[in-house]
Design a protein around this ligand. Structure first.
Ligand code: GDD
Ligand code: MG
Length: 375
């Protein structure tokens, strides 16, 4: 391993994770969260809310990533954004409430995943953790840093197994974990392994010099193959952890089922008070004949009329009202949705202020847009 320049902390002695009190050590890496995509596959939901802040159990998605980073002592975080940055900023602010320091690096035109990182971080000393802004995970980042240092890596990728690698970046490694090949969105014929890029990287910052400033550059298609061609020490970090890309409606709903099931280790809890398996916000008006079976999350200002049945894995945003005799199960309703009488909603997602008419049947798998009227 090369020597450490004078004046910089020696990463071999300071693996960059939190001390016992959860505070960042001097050498804790900074983080860049890639949050500048258009969220196309999550339309129509992302027409109303950009993907980084779609609600998960009524909490903006990026809160989960910020909580994970903070848990591992990483508090200096830059959001690499371009698409609809103002609505993201309105939700997340400067991160103070979440115990982190959040800054925004805005791309006038999207610069791609590597271009976005280069725009957000300088190639000076230390390391940077990069996260795709749409993965829900409880991976042990401190362990990832330790493994990176122990192996003398300059770049590490968190790898996870999936059934079908075709929508992801396939990553082949040798027995020591060294990365041999990276194939973004492989065709069926190109599948040689089920391990994929989980969208979290640890990079020695000087590698960012390989990314030209202000140009459109892809991490997956340009930068990673470039590291391999240069024979830069580049390793996969395989961990047993929860992992899911929330970028499609079904995965977005599944993430909430998994959170409600306790499959994801997170320090975030839904707002409101918990009784049994149900979190309830303030001023909920619930008829005595309405039944709620958890796990479920109810926001504030909710009305449940008589004989309503709210089944497991349902999430109701603030101001939702459900008409007499309607039944919901596995339904995710954003703020201020109104459901008429005797409707049935199953395993579906309904955008803010949508109106679901009397007797309507919605789902499984349906997505209703913001303000949409379902007769
Ligand atoms: N700042 C910025 N600028 N961010 C961007 C840009 C850009 O031009 N383009 C995409 N992003 C962000 C997205 O907002 C998202 O958070 C992240 O980069 C990844 O983009 P996706 O569009 O979600 O990519 P993907 O899911 O198809 O594939 C990526 O993630 C997989 C894991 O979920 C790749 O990294 C795959 O290799 C990986 O397996
Ligand atoms: Mg994605």
């Amino acid at each position: 391993m090369p020597g450490v320049p004078e004046g910089l902390p020696d990463p071999r002695r300071h693996p960059g994770h939190a001390d016992q009190r959860g505070r960042a050590l001097d050498s804790a890496p900074t983080a860049v969260i890639l949050a500048g995509g258009q969220g196309t596959r999550l339309r129509p939901l992302t027409l109303a809310r950009p993907k980084p802040i779609v609600p998960l159990l009524n909490v903006p998605f990026l809160h989960y990533q910020l909580a994970l980073l903070r848990q591992h002592g990483i508090r200096d975080i830059v959001l690499a954004c371009s698409y609809r940055v103002e609505s993201i900023r309105a939700q997340l602010g400067d991160g103070r409430d979440l115990g982190v320091r959040l800054r925004y690096a805005v791309e006038a035109e999207p610069l791609g995943t590597a271009g976005g990182v280069r725009n957000a971080a300088e190639p000076t000393g230390g390391r940077v953790v990069v996260l795709n802004g749409d993965v829900l995970t409880d991976v042990d980042l401190s362990q990832m840093v330790q493994s990176h240092v122990a192996r003398g890596a300059q770049a590490s990728i968190y790898l996870t197994p999936v059934e079908d690698p075709t929508p992801y970046g396939l990553v082949e490694t040798d027995a020591d974990g060294r990365i041999l090949r990276f194939v973004e969105k492989p065709s069926r014929e190109a599948i040689t392994t089920n391990t994929i890029n989980a969208g979290i990287y640890l990079l020695n910052r000087e590698l960012l010099d390989l990314i030209p400033r202000g140009q459109v550059v892809s991490m997956e298609r340009d930068f990673f193959p470039g590291l391999l061609a240069r024979r830069i020490p580049f390793f996969g970090f395989v961990a047993r952890a929860y992992w899911l890309d929330i970028g499609s409606p079904e995965q977005y709903r599944q993430a909430q089922v998994d959170l409600l099931n306790g499959a994801v280790a997170t320090r975030l809890t839904p707002r409101g008070t918990r009784s049994d398996n149900v979190w309830v916000g303030e001023t909920v008006a619930m008829a005595s004949s309405a039944v709620v079976s958890g796990p479920a999350v109810l926001g504030s200002g909710i009305t449940l009329e008589p004989e309503v049945s709210v089944g497991p894995f349902t999430v109701l945003g603030d101001g939702v009202s459900i008409g007499r005799g309607s039944r919901l199960e596995g339904a995710i309703l954003w703020d201020h949705v109104q459901v008429g009488e005797a409707a049935v909603l199953r395993e579906c997602v309904v955008g803010s202020r949508a109106l679901i008419g009397k007797g309507a049947r919605v789902g499984p798998g349906a997505v209703v847009s913001e303000n949409e009227v379902v007769p």
